[in-house]
Design a protein. Sequence first.
Length: 215
Amino acid sequence: MALLKTQHAEISAILKQALRNKFKNYNPEPNVMPFHTRLLGKDRMALFSFIHSLNTNFGTSIFEPVAKALAASSFKEVKTQAVAGTKISEKAQHVIQDIMDKLTAADSKPNKAKEIEAIRKVCQEGNLHTVKPTKVDLWLRSNDNQLYFFDIKTAKPNKGGFKEFKRTMLEWVVVFLQKIQKQKFIRSLQFRIIRMSLNRIHVGQWRECSIWKTS
């Protein structure tokens, strides 16, 4: 789908401003790496340090604002760095841990429908604890009130990283169900950025953790 002229101008401005800010405020951290410096040279090491700094900063300074600009014309509500919720029940925490343990041990395969139903049954049971789950990078509400939660990653995670993302999405489901019991949908999608496009991550048995539907 081609960009609207207004979107093109907005995205262009975002990219220019992000790069200007980075060049203006870049302050290399002291990092003693004698072997790498002798092998590659100071100039290459300085360039590597700058590129690494760009990679770690692009998520919030470029990818999220660009995603927000792209979504604004198709969704009635768009947020970045949104809070999914703050309360989670003890029983829900136990259910999440049980799901994670079984997946790690390969005793079960991902099944979003069963996992959501198990969470739904206990999300209001037991003592409630205040938690601080990972913020939703991109929060969208469609015109028919479907909700989409995006966790945007700039680099492909390792196996341990995927486990944490799975747990994050389970926690998003719990805290959101705790907060709003009558919602129609919640979809929690994991993406990584490649050439400014969103591509779904699939790795082994964690591949089905990408989409959630609560009703």
